[in-house]
Design a protein around this ligand. Structure first.
Ligand SMILES: *Cc1c(COP(=O)(O)O)cnc(C)c1O
Length: 463
């Protein structure tokens, strides 16, 4: 027994050492992937290996290839860093080894998901009566939300899609902003609706859907099964669709409004940004990540649905007998997985650690730091291309080739990490401030490094 305790403690010590090293660690410097692969490679051993040795070998092999995404100066994609209590709770979830399938396999996991789901809906302003499925990411949450949408719009047309499938079904039209996230397209493929069902709707200057264009598109389409994918938080600009107006249009048309709010839905948690997602409560389903802006461990996201019965009808394989049991749908009834990791413990712990005020402060601080980034880079002579309404900043450093060179230089330098993107036909640097541990000093140090590297690269600064 002592060996097990020793092993777990060593794993926890390694994790803590790593986390404590993050503020000083080079961020995302290039690694030799072939050498890393080699460290893990080799024949599958015939004989068993003692666990202590396995752990030591794993740490040695992995350490050079770890990316400091959880650290304070990683601004790539939309990446947070899992908070202390949430990370510790996730370690417990692994130690407890629970199956969050239902209340029989783990009453504790179901209770944690239920409580955390209630808190999440409260923080986001989603109706308390909505269901909350704990899924792996925004991708899975979009798939669950759109599965519920598919169920309902076809049920309204007299078609039972769960039983009959899509062969011979009435055609479903799916409207989405031209700047939707690519996961929407994959969800439509997985659900058999296909990307040809997509009718892109034009977007305004910051990438939010144009409500007049949506109104016209719905009018032109006429009656029929209709799903509309809205967005809170454009991955480039942070722009949010006018959810109140769009949901109203969709509902007048008899359609289903799904909101992809992977990170942007968290605007709801602060009075300072709440107006950006005004009307979100009028949607029918919502996708939201925990592992991005809420700083929970991977893989954590939430699929909410205004009608739990529709959510379960689309996702559960036990819905029929749940009706008899009188229980509300929970656990695996609301997700595509059957046996599942108990991610509710980490969600509960992370929310408890922050509290309502802490979540609001996290959102506000990241937005303020994004503005500080934008101000600093503008002052240094670079072009901030978007309205910095949330935590995203888009920066140009001259023409496309020059911007790409600056992005590459920043990624090699290691002071901070930011990715490149193409927005409105232009190559840009994309900066996302989503980590609770990022400070003003981290932003200032990163601005200084970016400016030093950009000024060191020849060529014209101005586009
Ligand atoms: C990140 C993101 C997704 C996908 O989320 P995953 O957690 O990576 O699956 C979907 N939509 C938007 C708007 C996102 O930002």
């Amino acid at each position: 027994m002592d060996e097990l305790r020793h092993l777990f403690r060593r794993a926890a010590d390694h994790a803590a050492d790593y986390r404590l090293s993050l503020p000083d660690r080079p961020v995302g410097v290039p690694v030799d992937q072939a050498a890393l692969n080699e460290a893990f490679a080799g024949p599958l051993p015939d004989a068993p290996t003692p666990p202590e040795r396995v752990l030591a070998d794993l740490v040695a092999a992995a350490e050079p290839g770890l990316v400091a995404t959880a650290g304070p100066r990683y601004f790539g994609f939309v990446v947070g860093g899992a908070s202390p209590a949430a990370t510790a709770a996730d370690m417990l979830a692994a130690g407890w080894d629970q199956i969050a399938f239902n209340a029989v396999t783990s009453p504790a996991a179901v209770a944690a998901e239920t409580a955390a789901g209630t808190w999440l809906k409260e923080l986001l302003g989603i109706p308390a009566t909505a269901s909350a499925g704990f899924v792996t990411g925004g991708q899975a949450a979009n798939t669950a939300g759109l599965a519920a949408a598919r169920h309902q719009v076809l049920a309204d047309a007299g078609w039972d899609v769960e039983r009959r499938g899509l062969t011979g079904a009435p055609a479903v039209r799916v409207f989405a902003g031209a700047e939707r996230h690519a996961t929407i397209d994959r969800s439509l493929r997985l659900l058999g609706l296909g990307t040809d069902a997509l009718r892109p709707v034009s977007t305004g200057p910051q990438g939010a859907i144009d409500p007049d264009a949506l109104a016209a598109a719905l009018r032109d389409a006429g009656p029929g099964p209709t799903i509309v994918c809205l967005q809170a938080g454009n991955v480039n600009t942070g722009a949010c669709d006018d959810l109140r107006r769009a949901c109203d249009l969709v509902h007048r048309h008899g359609g289903w409004a799904h909101v992809d709010g992977a990170f942007g839905l968290w605007a709801a948690a602060s009075p300072a940004t709440r107006h950006l997602v005004d009307g979100l409560e009028t949607a029918d389903s919502w996708a939201c990540d925990g592992h991005k802006w809420l700083n929970l461990p991977y893989d954590t996201a939430f699929a909410f649905c205004a009608r739990p019965d529709v959510h379960a009808a689309a996702m559960s394989y036990a819905a029929a007998y749940l009706v008899g049991s009188g229980g509300a749908p929970a656990g695996a009834d609301l997700t595509a997985e059957s046996s599942r990791r108990a991610r509710g413990f980490a969600v509960w712990a992370g929310l408890r650690e922050l509290g309502r005020d802490g979540v609001a402060a996290l959102v506000e601080r990241c937005c303020a730091l994004a503005r500080r980034f934008a101000d600093g880079l503008s002052a240094a002579g670079f072009e901030v291309v978007n309205d910095v309404v949330l935590n995203q900043v888009l920066v140009g450093f001259g023409d496309d080739a020059r911007t790409d060179r600056v992005v590459a230089a920043v990624q090699t330098d290691g002071t901070c990490w930011a990715g490149g993107t193409t927005w409105r036909g232009r190559r840009l640097m994309r900066i996302s401030v989503s980590n609770a541990t990022t400070t003003e000093a981290d932003v200032d140090r990163s601005v200084a490094a970016i400016a030093r590297l950009a000024h060191g690269i020849g060529g014209e600064l101005v586009h």
